[in-house]
Unconditional design. Structure first.
Length: 95
C-alpha cells in the first residue's frame, strides 16, 4: 500500500505541523488547511522562487499531498498516528 509506505518513510515529517493544524483537527479543517497550503506552495506562486529551489518546492508540494492523503482517510490517519507519532513520543526523555 503506497500511503502506508509513505507514513513509514516520513518519520521526520509531522503532517499536522506541515498543514498547520492540531492532531484533533476535523476532516473539514484538514481540507481547508490542505487547500490553503496547496495554494500557498503552488508552482504558480512566483514568490516561492526566492525562498525555495525548484526541487525543494516540489518536495514540499509532494509532502503536502501526502499529508492530505493520509490525514483525510481515517484508516491511513490511524496508521500514521500509531506508527509515526507514537515513535516520536517515545523519544521524549522525561527523566
Amino acid at each position: 500500500m503506497e500511503t502506508e509506505r509513505n507514513t513509514e518513510n516520513n518519520t521526520q515529517c509531522n503532517y499536522y505541523e506541515l498543514l498547520g493544524i492540531s492532531e484533533s483537527a476535523t476532516q473539514q479543517e484538514i481540507l481547508v488547511a490542505y487547500q490553503k497550503a496547496k495554494k500557498t506552495y503552488s508552482a504558480e506562486n512566483k514568490a516561492l522562487s526566492s525562498v525555495f529551489t525548484l526541487e525543494e518546492a516540489t518536495q514540499l508540494r509532494t509532502l503536502i499531498e501526502e499529508a492530505y492523503e493520509v490525514l483525510s482517510n481515517n484508516t491511513y490517519r490511524n496508521i500514521y498516528e500509531r506508527r509515526v507519532l507514537a515513535s516520536t513520543y517515545q523519544k521524549v526523555d522525561l527523566s
